[in-house]
Design a protein around this ligand. Structure first.
Ligand code: HAM
Length: 430
């Protein structure tokens, strides 16, 4: 057993799985550019107040899941980011991004940290890909982020997805509803579980999407948020839904969908996957116009976005067998050194081949020729090039095609020509 173990709730990603990540990331990057989203990276930590202010003091994330610390005794507290939206908005405001162009479309693939109880699909360090559309929250803008997200799932081949969508109305709608909900829940107060009791005062809407069946029974008879919405929110919602229908996206309206972050208004949505277990939420998002104001901006900035858990996305894809064809491409050539005394000269040839754009490996452990060839085959090298005393003296090198088991002899220039024509040549070199 190694002396040190990985921290609970974190994961190593080894090269085999990295291939899968890269494939998913390439699809995300490709579609992001088709939809006009540019990549942004923000720091892994922010001042703690940023998250308290944006995600909301009454949420689970801020209440108990943040990794916070004070770098200097008595100094300002810093938190490892538990989500990206707040940091992206902070960066956009700080740089005054919207002054250069009034609509900013940004996407990210980033690591996040939440002090949750680790289990399958729930980690303490995890990654999200997501998009934030700042400066517009017309129904088309909201539909655009949902369509982008669903397009990524579709391109990756995922099935068994369920998109649930709701409108949370505007602030006034929600205020009126909050009071009605509290009035309804008050007689049940003693039956509420601890989490719901806490939410009763701070944010009773969160009780609506409680996973506790007893709470669900109580909530079943509660007034419906939908009945408290003004015409503006309802019209807006209808339009968003119409755009999704036009695009052929299936959705279910779920009037109990509230989401666990406080910054949402109007449309909110969540996608679950039947390939996942208890933690079946693949992604979610919504409109969050008031976030900028909460962060000290002079006015609201219309905005909408989503985030998808990368690990859950990969788990769902693995369960659905969407990676079965994946295999690491082998090197073009393995340079085989029959006698170690010629290693240095062979190493020089390796460098020459690599600088010609040819992916090349050489045994660095001084193993026998047989072991070198075994390793070359294990790595799925296409060719083996033999560099020994005789070859160096005559300038004629045996080049074995490891796939066809044929062998030719070439000068070094000839070797480069043959290998350059083979598939593994990297066009960025040479
Ligand atoms: P969220 O619903 O908190 O939203 O997270 C989005 C997704 O991140 C979840 O559906 C899940 O797939 C993944 N996720 C969350 N926590 C964990 C965890 N502990 N382990 C593994 N995966 C996890 C947000 O974060 C919002 N910022 C989304 C958004 C963007 N809204 C507007 N713009």
């Amino acid at each position: 057993m190694p002396h040190y173990q990985i921290v609970k709730g974190a994961r190593d990603i080894f090269p085999d799985e990295m291939i899968q990540w890269k494939r998913v990331e390439a699809v995300i990057g490709g579609l992001a550019s088709i939809y006009g989203f540019s990549e942004i990276r923000t720091p892994v930590f922010e001042y703690t107040e940023l998250f308290q202010r944006s995600i909301g003091a009454s949420t689970d994330i801020v209440g108990k899941e943040m990794f916070s610390f004070q770098p200097e005794p008595g100094g300002r507290s810093i938190t490892l980011r538990p989500e990206m939206t707040a940091g992206v908005m902070r960066a956009a405001l700080q740089k005054n991004l919207l002054a250069s162009s009034p609509v900013q479309k940004l996407y990210y693939i980033s690591e996040l940290f939440r002090k949750e109880r680790p289990q399958a699909g729930r980690q303490r360090q995890f990654s999200q890909f997501g998009a934030e559309l700042l400066g517009a929250a017309s129904p088309a803008a909201v539909a655009e982020v949902i369509i982008f997200m669903m397009h990524v799932f579709e391109s990756l081949g995922l099935s068994g997805l369920r998109l649930r969508i709701n409108t949370l109305g505007n602030k006034t709608d929600r205020q009126r509803y909050r009071e009605a909900l509290r009035a309804y829940l008050a007689p049940y107060y003693r039956q509420l579980d601890d989490a719901s009791k806490e939410r009763f005062e701070k944010n009773p809407l969160r009780i609506l999407d409680s996973k506790n069946p007893d709470m669900q029974d109580i909530v079943a008879g509660a007034p419906k948020l939908h009945d408290y919405l003004g015409g503006e929110a309802l019209d807006d919602f209808e339009k968003v839904l119409a755009y999704l229908s036009d695009r052929g996206i299936d959705f279910q309206i779920d009037h109990l969908l509230v989401r666990g972050l406080d910054y949402y208004s109007y449309t909110a949505f969540e996608v679950t996957s039947s390939a996942l277990g208890a933690q079946d939420a693949l992604g979610g998002g919504g409109r969050y116009d008031s976030l900028a104001l909460e962060l000290g901006n002079a006015s609201e900035i219309p905005a909408a976005g989503f985030a998808v858990g990368m690990e859950r996305l990969l788990i769902a894809m693995q369960k659905q067998g969407l990676f079965s064809q994946q295999e690491a491409p082998g090197p073009a050539v393995a340079v085989i050194v029959p006698q170690q005394e010629y290693f240095d000269r062979a190493f020089g040839i390796v460098n020459l081949l690599r600088r010609s754009g040819i992916s090349t490996v050489i045994d660095l452990a001084g193993r026998s020729m047989k072991a070198q060839l075994r390793e070359a085959n294990r790595m799925h090298a296409s060719w083996a090039l033999f560099v020994g005393g005789e070859e160096l003296a005559t300038g004629q090198y045996p080049l074995k095609n490891l796939v066809a088991s044929t062998q030719e002899t070439h000068t070094l220039d000839g070797v480069v020509d043959v290998l350059r024509q083979s598939a593994s040549v990297n066009p960025h070199c040479g």
